[in-house]
Ligand binder design. Structure first.
Ligand SMILES: Nc1nc2c(c(=O)[nH]1)N[C@H]1C(S)=C(S)[C@@H](COP(=O)(O)OP(=O)(O)OC[C@H]3O[C@@H](n4cnc5c(=O)[nH]c(N)nc54)[C@H](O)[C@@H]3O)O[C@H]1N2
Ligand SMILES: Nc1nc2c(c(=O)[nH]1)N[C@H]1C(S)=C(S)[C@@H](COP(=O)(O)OP(=O)(O)OC[C@H]3O[C@@H](n4cnc5c(=O)[nH]c(N)nc54)[C@H](O)[C@@H]3O)O[C@H]1N2
Ligand SMILES: [Mo]
Length: 928
């Protein structure tokens, strides 16, 4: 500790603290512009807004970079310091255009108001910079720029995107994107960190501009909530004026520390899109359900008429009751939602189990981490992550396999990049390249579908070279002999040809992982969405256990969860073989407990999974469904069959924000609440339970999801009357052990609590299983995995491998993001990505149309050149209705996780006509 005097008071500074930081802690506010106290920002000391006087020094000091010395006497409020700081602001104010300098919401305006400056004595500089409005989401107006370089630090040091730089020198210094490109043509990924950091109005979200191109009146309020997109669970502030969200800012949540990505920051206008459902709809008498309607929203809409809520709810419930009472409970099924709240998910599964009387309830987790969860439950007794992704800060080695976090968990990716920048060794393992590779110590590119041979070869090295942690294995695991004997047959030299990775790289990476003091593994859909997804995950678990890389800081197994609430929806019991808290339906004790809590009889027989439900519907065995916040007519594999199955149902109720492809086949469509319109809790990939709050009212007659579920429940004979999400949460906590010590009040107060949590005032355990695993004997199990081929290999007729997945700007089936202006502008249409060399071989130009055909269907779309895609492969995102990737995919299932093979099937590529999709000609440079 260093002791010094601040404005006559004795204070203490920790090593590394600046005068500014100590002053703030002591409640002494010093103005700042180029300094941003938020985590991740390095002080730069360039703007002189924070000058203070130090006794015995002739010149004033910039307090944001000045470290206090023992005995130093600092005056923050001396006349000289105050005058100088005021002068800095006054000089800069002369150049602030419009009223931004005073009325804005940025740091500069806040301080000019605070200092009582309402004008400048100085003449504005002649500023030649014209506004750059080339980006769909952000406006660059450098006349307001004060060259504080916060945007550069935001882009390079916080989000590690390296797009913004300060070009030219001296008085001509200017912010530039790549090398003096307009922002819209640069490699910018639109995370908007620069906009959030900019202290003036030089960088603004376009959503806040008025007709003059400057910031309109500031928002009336900021509502603290959580982002509705991915499982990272970034805390956001919805800035609201006149009942509408005008801007979204990142808040200091435990998983995002103020950071956001393009969707969270700029993708919120879907909630007010003209397509939004605002009135209940009922299928017109006699209007046939035709799968072709999925492709034609107007035709689909014409088959519905508007109805009152009473009529729609009565109709919805009566149809379900009819199926239940004539054909039996198992002729019904429900798909709940991982996009809603925990409370909604909990009530939904309770409705299906007690109102329908069946365990046929599932959700998108089945298409997602089902295989990971199956292997984790089997191996370590718990399906959730053992450590948050933030644990990367303490890791020596970080393996990312079968995931593209820079696109799909972009804010999590920034923390992985932070770790790499600090010296952690990042290992990316994937058939396809990604933006993370640039930060990696080892990039392992391997043949798709060949995870098991690759990982078994690594296990072979760890065992064979004696690199495993004998103590850990002895103390915490069982069945070591099984894995030891099994992997003996997988020498890297033998596996290299199969997986396409040189033996010495396999050895190098295995040694690096095993020898690291701390190492963690993060994985995604490349591991899970496979007919051998459970086997893939078994190998990752074995690797981690063998090397003792679980249960300590900087270690862990982290399946990156996808939807904003897929962890919570699974915990809440939207799973056909499990009640809340992963209690098996045939576990008599668990069932007894719930029967008492719910006052209902429960079926011990596990229900059907997503793809099984569609199969049963197609065969006519299952006749009625309730689908809330899922779009299986786009997201299921082999969607021709899924659509036919949905069309065949006697009764389909869909509760959504839009008339989705699934809703196009419904009997009753119920207009529901979007995330920013509701109060509720969600659980992110780090097991952090967080509070979401309503920021804006529901449009038209749309109702809260929670209310709709209850209305249906009552009509199915359940006497429910929950006053709101708080009451539902309280009951859910009784059914869900993992929510112990987490209450609604606490979440309202703290915003976020991690489970498991040992006490009402404990922060929650981020890293679990240091002592024992939640298995019967406290030990984890090794489960060996053998090599199997993907279900459908390329051949002469279908010579390419088709892989499907995501793009940064779009969410799944596109319902939300294709209705968000900026996101849609950034990725306006469907493309098939091939490597430039494959395109050349096929004689295709980027932008040219092509046809993709598999044994199940065909689509037409534009070619895109993408050097990250390996030769022999085609990548298609599944967000586009007009070229739905799932018309092509293979519904073959993994035997344990029951997850389909979304990442691998055989496909033929047929060039068509000339290029006419201009947008992908200018395919953004980050891919070309
Ligand atoms: N922008 C955006 N973000 C999202 C979503 C979204 O729709 N859009 N969805 C969310 C959801 S629900 C999820 S589940 C996550 C998914 O996030 P990710 O798991 O990152 O998603 P995917 O795009 O499906 O791709 C996974 C990776 O698997 C690789 N892969 C393909 N075949 C194989 C293989 O055989 N082996 C291995 N090891 N890898 C392979 C692909 O090359 C790709 O890099 O993203 C979430 N975040
Ligand atoms: N080919 C291929 N297919 C895949 C995958 C793949 O990688 N490749 N990935 C799979 C994976 S990992 C997943 S998770 C699934 C996702 O599959 P889905 O969950 O079916 O996809 P989403 O588009 O996210 O559908 C969510 C729906 O909820 C609606 N919605 C959003 N918020 C709310 C709300 O608050 N209330 C209500 N009532 N509705 C709401 C949206 O409008 C949308 O229609 O897709 C799977 N399908
Ligand atoms: Mo997912």
């Amino acid at each position: 500790m260093i002791r010094f005097t601040l404005d006559g008071r004795e204070v203490a500074a920790a090593p590394g603290e600046s005068i500014w930081t100590v002053a703030r802690r002591e409640g002494v506010e010093i103005p700042h512009l180029c300094h941003r106290p938020e985590p991740g920002y390095r002080p730069d000391g360039n703007c002189r807004a924070c000058m203070v006087e130090i006794e015995g020094e002739r010149v004033l000091a910039a307090s944001c970079i000045r470290a206090p010395r023992e005995g130093m006497k600092v005056s923050t409020a001396s006349e000289r310091a105050k005058r100088t700081r005021r002068m800095v602001f006054e000089l800069l104010l002369a150049d602030q255009p419009g009223a931004e300098g005073r009325d804005g919401t940025g740091t500069f305006a806040r301080w000019t108001r605070h200092l009582g400056l309402d004008g400048s004595r100085f003449a504005p500089e002649d500023d030649p910079s014209a506004p750059d409005l080339s980006h769909p989401a952000m406006a660059v107006q450098l006349d307001a720029c004060i060259q504080c370089n916060l945007c550069e630090r935001a882009c390079r040091e916080v989000q590690h995107n390296d797009v913004i730089g300060m070009a030219r020198r001296g008085m001509d210094t200017t912010v530039s994107f790549d090398l003096l490109d307009p922002m819209g043509e640069s490699t910018c990924v639109a995370c908007g960190e620069c906009v959030q950091a900019c202290p003036t109005g030089a960088l603004l979200p376009k959503s806040v501009l008025d007709k003059t191109g400057r910031r309109a009146a500031p928002p009336a309020k900021e509502v603290a909530s959580v982002c509705p997109y991915c499982g990272v669970g970034c805390q956001v502030g919805f800035r609201v004026r006149d009942g509408a969200i005008k801007e979204v800012v990142g808040r200091d949540g435990p998983s995002n520390q103020n950071r956001l990505c393009v969707k969270g920051r700029f993708g919120f206008d879907y909630i007010r899109h003209p397509d939004r459902l605002t009135v209940p709809l009922i299928r017109v008498e006699g209007a046939a359900k035709d799968p072709a309607d999925c492709l034609d929203p107007r035709r689909a809409r014409a088959k519905f008429r508007e109805a009152t809520w009473e009529e729609a709810l009565d109709r919805a419930a009566a149809g379900l009751a009819r199926v239940r009472d004539t054909l039996g409970p198992d002729a019904l099924a429900g798909f709940g939602s991982a996009k809603g709240s925990n409370e909604e998910a909990y009530l939904f599964q309770k409705l299906v189990r007690t109102g329908f009387g069946t365990n046929n309830v599932d959700h998108c987790t089945r298409l997602c981490h089902a295989a990971s969860v199956a292997a984790l439950l089997e191996g370590i007794g718990s399906g959730a992550v053992t450590a948050p992704f933030m644990a990367a800060k303490d890791a020596e080695v970080i393996v990312v396999i079968g995931a593209r976090p820079a696109e799909n968990h972009p804010v999590a990716a920034t923390f992985l990049k932070d770790a790499a920048a600090r010296g952690a060794k990042l290992v990316t393992m994937d058939p396809r390249g990604s933006a993370l590779d640039r930060h990696a110590a080892e990039v392992v590119r391997f043949a798709p579908g060949r995870d098991v041979p690759l990982l078994n070869a690594m296990l072979n090295v760890v065992v064979g070279e004696g690199l495993y942690d004998r103590q850990y294995v002895a103390a915490h695991t069982e069945d070591f002999e099984l894995i030891r004997d099994h992997v003996a047959a997988y020498a890297p030299e033998d596996m290299a040809p199969l997986c396409g990775v040189p033996a010495d790289q396999i050895r190098r990476v295995a040694r690096m992982f095993a020898r690291a003091r701390t190492a963690m593994i993060l994985w995604g859909m490349g591991i899970s969405q496979s007919t051998h997804g459970t086997d893939n995950t078994r190998c990752l678990i074995a690797l981690s256990l063998l090397c003792g890389q679980v249960g300590r800081p900087g270690t862990g197994l982290h399946p990156l969860r996808g939807q904003n609430n897929v962890q919570g929806a699974s915990d809440a019991g939207l799973i056909p073989m499990m009640f809340p808290d992963y209690r098996h339906t045939d576990d008599d004790a668990a069932r007894g407990h719930l029967e008492r809590l719910w006052g209902a009889k429960l079926d011990p027989k596990p229900g059907l999974t997503v793809v099984e439900i569609m199969g049963a519907a197609e065969r006519g065995e299952l006749r009625g469904m309730y689908v809330m916040g899922e779009n299986p007519a786009m997201s299921d594999p082999d969607v021709n069959h899924a659509r036919a199955a949905l069309a065949r149902l006697d009764h389909l109720v869909v509760q959504d924000l839009f008339l989705t492809e699934t809703a196009a086949l419904a009997d009753v469509v119920l207009p529901a609440s979007a995330w920013p319109e509701k109060d509720g809790t969600v659980t992110n990939t780090n097991r952090q339970v967080q509070m979401g709050r309503a920021a804006v009212p529901l449009p038209g007659e749309a109702r809260q999801d929670l209310e709709i579920i209850q209305e249906l429940a009552r009509r199915l004979g359940l006497p429910w009357s929950y006053a709101g999400p708080r009451e539902v949460f309280a009951e859910m906590a009784q059914a869900t052990h993992s929510l112990a010590n987490i209450t609604w009040d606490r979440l309202e107060r703290e915003g976020s609590v991690t489970y498991p949590c040992a006490a009402p005032d404990a922060p929650g355990d981020e890293i679990v299983f240091g002592d024992a695993f939640p298995t019967e004997n406290g030990r984890a199990r090794f489960v060996p995995a053998g090599v199997t081929d993907p279900a459908e290999m390329p051949d002469a007729e279908y010579p390419f491998v088709l892989s499907t997945g995501r793009q940064l700007e779009h969410w799944h089936t596109g319902t939300m993001t294709r209705r968000a202006g900026a996101l849609d502008a950034l990725e306006p249409g469907p493309t098939a990505s091939l490597s430039p060399s494959e395109l050349a071989r096929l004689g295709l130009e980027p932008g040219q149309r092509l046809r993709l055909a598999t044994r199940r269907g065909a689509i037409e779309l534009a070619a895109r050149a993408d050097p990250t895609v390996p030769d022999g492969q085609v990548f298609v995102p599944f967000a586009f209705r007009e070229a739905a990737a799932n018309l092509l995919t293979n519904p073959q299932l993994d035997p344990w996780g029951k997850i389909p093979e979304f990442k691998y099937c055989a496909v033929r590529v047929e060039p068509l006509g000339q290029a006419h999709e201009l947008f992908c000609m200018k395919s953004r440079k980050r891919e070309l």
